[in-house]
Design a binder for this molecule. Structure first.
Ligand SMILES: [Fe+2]
Ligand SMILES: [Fe+2]
Length: 571
């Protein structure tokens, strides 16, 4: 006779109750949730602050700590019997309560568990209602809505919530996202496949589209940037905006979330993992730092580009520092969100072949080329102080000095860039001496610089965008790479080339990752009087010469977009 397994005990999570976060700046963060989001402090204790948006004691708890992270996620069960039933059901599945190291006011009995990513989950009964009315205000959320967690291993993380806590799958987006519900709300928890555990964002529900509009006005009046949206999600069909809090959390303010009333007949959809799924109205990809769960203010460049979400550093190559002693760097501030490199005048004082580089500031991060990579930035360049130019050259000659935004492939030495001088823009792809498969210093034989000259007003701001498409490749059938250059949204130049190496039987080399750089340099290898050359042939007469020509480059609103993370290097 077949052995019958004992029936699995059921767990019913009544609703998503509250989120508790740890932040280093409790005071500033509480101010933000009161003044901007519209929550109200209901109680303080032990350094923690509890905030509410309706009669219930709290929908957000803010705990002090050294770093920003999830303190716990509060899931509400109906009553004490339900909590006991949950304890038994979880024990049957091998999950036992984790020690609860904190005391929290406002609700009844609670049990803590760790999910498979190590997130602390608090099951509790009976959030208390407060008697005193909320202060009147123009807009406030209705309730805590959902949380989105970056998970180490998506399916394993989801299995904890479905098998152990009784959540149901509402929708999926290929292998990237799973949306889960515990009641009729389309999702209370969403899980992202990220390879690491972190809160991506948490959401508060607004009453409707009108409140989204009012909230947008309110955010604008208070100088809080909306980092994504307003738009509508596909899964859940909710309207959303995302904003950063002062601790770096991303919060979503949302409305019109789908309600699933027919549990028996609901069939989850598997959505394509593409921008249109998440941003139905516009199909714009989410900013990379939003995908990373990093809510820094987009105007705050103090720790590097807010879009890139990493710092910048001056390029070092051996003993050489790519920053002219006379150069100044100005990092952006909230008041002046520009990155500026100012070279008062050019000097040639070193034998180093990189000396034509007056400043290169490079992002700490490398960007996977995947299925394509795009870099866009607003840029203005002022070439100034032309007196004493020893070449008697046209002061607008871009070869004397320019500022650039560049994608550089460290492995092949390929540079795809815009070089911008006083009145000219050059869109080009070049190759430099690099460490190639042929050995240190070998040069890849695909030096086919492409150059496009455009005219602009000196010092004028324009938006420059470089798009790189790696195409398909294999050793047997090398396919073309493609680069496109846009100025103010208009295609100004495009080229295709086939990446290869010499001898042809060697592997096809394509960039896997690009660095993104802002630079100012001279092009001494091509001086107007024909005597130039920054490689060993540099005319000794030019050494120690001081040019009277300087360049100021200004960059702002940098955006990096990746079409996919897929590696395309084939051997
Ligand atoms: Fe809690
Ligand atoms: Fe969300």
């Amino acid at each position: 006779m077949a052995r019958r397994s004992s029936p699995q005990l059921m767990i019913n999570i009544k609703r998503m109750g509250h989120v508790a976060i740890t932040v280093p700046n409790v005071g500033e963060t509480v101010d933000f949730y009161e003044q901007i989001v519209g929550l109200e402090v209901s109680e303080r204790g032990g350094g923690a602050v509890f905030l509410r948006c309706n009669a219930e004691h709290h929908c957000l708890a803010i705990y002090p700590g050294e770093e920003r992270k999830l303190h716990h996620l509060g899931l509400e069960v109906t009553d004490g019997d339900a909590l006991e039933a949950a304890r038994n059901a979880l024990a049957q599945r091998g999950f036992h309560p984790h020690e609860r190291t904190y005391a929290e006011p406002g609700h009844g009995e609670a049990l803590c568990y760790l999910d498979v990513d190590g997130n602390r989950i608090e099951l509790y009964e009976g959030m208390r209602s407060l008697d005193q009315p909320l202060q009147p205000r123009e807009i406030r959320p209705l309730r805590f809505g959902h949380i989105t967690l970056q998970s180490i291993e998506l399916k394993r993380a989801a299995a904890f919530y479905t098998d152990a806590l009784g959540f149901r799958v509402s929708d999926t987006a290929e292998d990237a996202v799973i949306w889960l519900r515990c009641n009729q709300d389309h999702h209370g928890i969403a899980l992202l496949n990220a390879g690491h555990a972190k809160v991506n964002h948490y959401a508060y529900d607004l009453a409707g589209w009108n409140d989204v509009k009012r909230m947008c006005d309110h955010l604008w009046r208070n100088d809080v940037p909306i980092i994504y949206g307003p738009s509508r999600h596909g899964p859940g069909h909710n309207i959303f905006i995302y904003v950063p809090d002062p601790a770096g959390n991303v919060i979503e303010l949302t409305t019109e979330l789908d309600q699933i009333w027919d549990e028996e007949r609901y069939v989850p959809l598997d959505w394509p993992n593409e921008p249109r799924t998440v941003d139905v109205w516009r199909g714009l990809p989410a900013p990379p730092n939003l995908l990373a769960g990093d809510g820094r203010d987009f105007d705050d460049w103090t720790a590097g580009s807010p879009i890139i979400g990493a710092g910048w550093h001056v390029l070092q190559a051996g003993d050489f520092t790519a920053l002219d002693p006379a150069a100044t760097l100005t990092t952006p501030t909230r008041e002046r969100p520009e990155f500026k490199i100012d070279i008062p005048r050019f000097t040639i004082a070193f034998d180093n072949p990189l000396d034509h580089v007056k400043a290169i500031v490079t992002a700490d991060r490398r960007f996977a080329t995947g299925n394509g990579l795009s870099v866009a930035v607003d840029m203005a360049v002022d070439v100034h102080g032309t007196e004493g130019n020893p070449f008697a050259a046209d002061p607008d000659d871009p070869r004397l000095g320019c500022a650039a935004i560049a994608l550089i492939d460290d492995s092949t030495g390929m540079v795809i860039n815009f070089e911008i001088s006083n009145r000219r823009v050059m869109a080009l792809r070049e190759l430099f001496v690099v460490t190639a498969p042929g050995g240190v210093g070998s040069v890849l034989p695909m030096a086919d610089p492409a150059l496009t000259d455009l005219e602009i007003e000196p010092g004028s701001w324009h938006r420059y965008e470089i798009r790189y498409d790696p195409g398909e490749d294999s050793v047997l059938t090398p396919g073309p790479d493609r680069a496109e250059w846009y100025v103010d949204g208009e295609l100004v130049h495009q080229i295709e080339w086939v990446a290869t190496v010499d001898p042809p039987a060697a592997p096809v080399i394509k960039p896997i990752r690009f660095s993104v750089n802002m630079a100012i340099f001279t092009l001494l290898d091509d001086l107007p009087d024909g005597r130039g050359g920054f490689l060993p042939g540099l005319d000794p007469e030019y050494r120690q010469t001081i040019f009277g020509q300087g360049v100021t480059g200004r960059w702002r609103n940098l955006q990096v977009s990746q079409a996919g993370e897929q590696q395309h290097l084939r051997t």
